[in-house]
Design a protein around this ligand. Structure first.
Ligand SMILES: [Zn+2]
Length: 449
C-alpha cells in the first residue's frame, strides 16, 4: 500500500538524538523459534501436503521438538512420553507466508488514517493485526514498509514472546523520490506532517537511506520504483527512480547483506528495478514483454497482489479512497491479468503477497481463489505462499516446508486444499515454532498461550 503518510525528513540532528536516547536494538535475522516449547509433540492428521513436491501423505505423523520438525512419516508410531495432538480428518500444510504485508496499519478511512491518526495510534493497534494474521495461518510475513519503525518494534516484541504474531522480516521506511509514491503529494506546500521518512534523491542520498534503514533494524530494503494507486500522483506506473539510483540502492543493500523489494507498477520502472537486481517486483501489473524476459533472466520474483486490487474496486468508497485512486485501480485492472498471465507463461517466479492492511488483516488467504483467475493450479498458488515465498526470503530450509529441521510452523485445514483453495481461509489449527496458536488441541499441547 505504502500510503504516503510520511512526509517530512526528520532533521539529521533529531535522528542523532533519537539514537542516543533510544536503544532501538535491531534484532534482524535472530532465530524467532527461540521461545519454542522444549517437550516433544506429535501431531497426527488424515493427510499432509508437502508443497515443494506436491506430494500428499496419508495418516501423517509429524514429530516436533524444540520448535522444529523432527520427522514426517505415514502411519509412524507415536513415541512414548510425547504429547499427542490429534488433528483428525484434516490436511496439514506448512504455515503460510505473505511476502507483502503492512502490519502497522489498516485502511478504514483514507484521510482519517492519513491525518487524524498518529503513529502512536498505528503502534497500539499493530499487535492486534499481527495476532489476526498468525491465527489466519500466516506464520511468516515480509512486512514491506511501516511508519516510525513500528515494524521493527513489532518484530522484536514477537521474537521476544511479548506479543503474538507471525515471524516478521521488515523493511522499515520505504525509499521514495521527492514527490514520489512515498512522499505526501497532492497538498499545499504548507502541509507538513512530522514523521520519519526516507525521501531520498540521487545516488548519495539513496545509499544513505539504505544505511539508515539497516541501522534501525531493516531485514529488507523496500524501494518505491514507480508511482502507485494509493497516493495522489496522476500516473499509476511512471518511473520515479533513475537506473543509476536503483543500481546504487541494490549495490548498497547488497553490501549490508540485504535484498531489495521494488514497488513497481509501470513497465519502465519494472525493467529498471530488474536490471538493478532487486529480488522481487511488487505489483508488476503493467509489465511488458521485455520486462518479462528480463525478470526471467534475472530470476526476479513477481508478487501479484490480485486480492487487494479486487478489494479496492469493491470497497474503495467505503474506505474513503478519493475517486482518482479508484480510477487508477480500474485502469490497472484492465491490463494486469493479461500481463501477469504472460509472466506466468514465461516461467517468471511467483510469490504470494497481498498488500495486507489495504484490506482487513487476517483475510490474506482470500487471495488464493483470485490467483486461480490467472490460470494457476491450486498447488501452484500454495507453492507461492510456501516454498516459493521461502525461497524469496532466503529461508528455504526454515519455513514453507515440512522437512526435518524446518521450524515447526504448520496449519491444518478441513477439506482438500489441492481441489478447493478456499479451505485455506479457515484453518482449524495453527502452530508456529512448536506452539499452538489456534485449534481445539491447543489446551492439550501445553503450548497454548
Ligand atoms: Zn504495499
Amino acid at each position: 500500500m505504502t500510503r504516503s503518510r510520511s512526509a517530512i525528513r526528520l532533521p539529521v540532528a533529531s535522528l542523532a538524538l533519537a539514537v542516543l536516547c533510544v536503544p532501538f536494538v535491531a534484532k534482524a535475522q535472530s532465530d524467532p523459534g527461540a521461545a519454542a516449547p522444549r517437550e516433544r509433540t506429535v501431531l497426527r492428521a488424515a493427510h499432509l501436503v508437502e508443497p515443494r513436491t506436491g506430494k500428499r501423505i496419508d495418516n501423517a505423523v509429524i514429530v516436533v521438538d524444540s520448535g522444529r520438525i523432527v520427522s514426517v512419516t505415514s502411519g509412524g508410531a507415536v513415541p512414548a512420553g510425547a504429547t499427542l495432538i490429534d488433528l483428525g480428518n484434516t490436511t496439514v500444510l506448512p504455515g503460510l507466508i505473505d511476502v507483502h504485508t503492512h502490519l502497522s496499519g489498516e485502511s478504514h478511512d483514507y484521510y482519517t488514517d492519513l491525518f487524524r491518526h498518529s503513529a502512536i495510534d498505528d503502534a497500539v493497534r499493530a499487535h492486534v493485526y499481527a495476532k489476526r494474521t498468525l491465527e489466519a495461518g500466516f506464520t511468516t510475513v515480509r512486512d514491506v514498509g511501516a511508519p516510525e519503525l513500528i515494524d521493527v518494534a513489532l518484530r522484536n516484541a514477537i521474537n521476544e514472546g511479548v506479543v503474538e504474531g507471525p515471524r516478521m522480516l521488515v523493511a522499515t521506511l520505504a525509499l521514495s523520490a521527492t514527490g514520489g509514491h512515498g512522499d505526501l503529494n497532492g497538498f499545499s506546500p504548507y502541509v507538513h506532517v512530522q514523521r520519519m521518512s526516507n525521501i531520498a534523491d540521487g545516488v548519495d542520498e539513496v545509499r544513505k537511506a539504505v544505511r539508515v534503514n539497516v541501522k534501525y533494524g531493516a531485514d529488507w530494503i523496500k524501494v518505491l520504483a514507480s508511482a502507485g494507486v494509493l497516493s495522489e500522483e496522476e500516473s499509476v506506473g511512471a518511473p520515479q527512480y533513475s537506473q543509476e539510483e536503483l543500481n546504487a540502492i541494490v549495490a548498497e543493500a547488497t553490501t549490508w547483506g540485504r535484498k531489495v523489494a521494488a514497488h513497481a507498477h509501470g513497465a519502465e520502472a519494472i525493467k529498471r528495478a530488474t536490471r538493478a537486481g532487486v529480488a522481487s517486483i511488487e505489483h508488476g501489473g503493467l509489465v511488458d514483454e521485455e520486462g518479462v524476459r528480463l525478470m526471467k533472466e534475472h530470476g526476479t520474483y513477481l508478487v501479484p497482489d490480485i486480492y487487494t486490487d479486487a478489494y479496492i474496486l469493491e470497497h474503495g468508497k467505503e474506505i474513503g479512497l478519493p475517486d482518482k485512486m479508484i480510477e487508477k485501480e480500474r485502469q490497472l485492472r484492465k491490463a494486469q491479468n493479461v500481463n501477469w498471465r504472460r509472466a506466468i507463461a514465461a516461467g517468471v517466479k511467483m510469490a504470494f503477497g497481498t498488500d495486507a492492511g489495504v484490506y482487513p488483516h487476517g483475510t490474506n488467504a482470500k487471495q488464493f481463489k483470485h490467483l486461480l483467475e490467472l490460470g494457476l493450479t491450486p498447488l501452484q498458488t500454495i507453492q507461492m505462499a510456501t516454498s516459493n515465498a521461502a525461497d524469496l526470503l532466503g529461508w528455504s530450509d526454515k519455513v514453507g516446508t515440512l522437512v526435518p529441521g524446518a521450524w515447526a510452523d504448520l496449519i491444518a485445514v478441513s477439506g482438500d486444499p489441492l481441489t478447493d483453495v478456499t479451505v485455506l481461509e479457515r484453518p482449524a489449527f495453527v502452530m508456529k515454532g512448536g506452539r499452538v496458536y489456534r485449534g481445539a488441541a491447543a489446551a492439550d499441547s501445553g503450548g497454548a498461550r
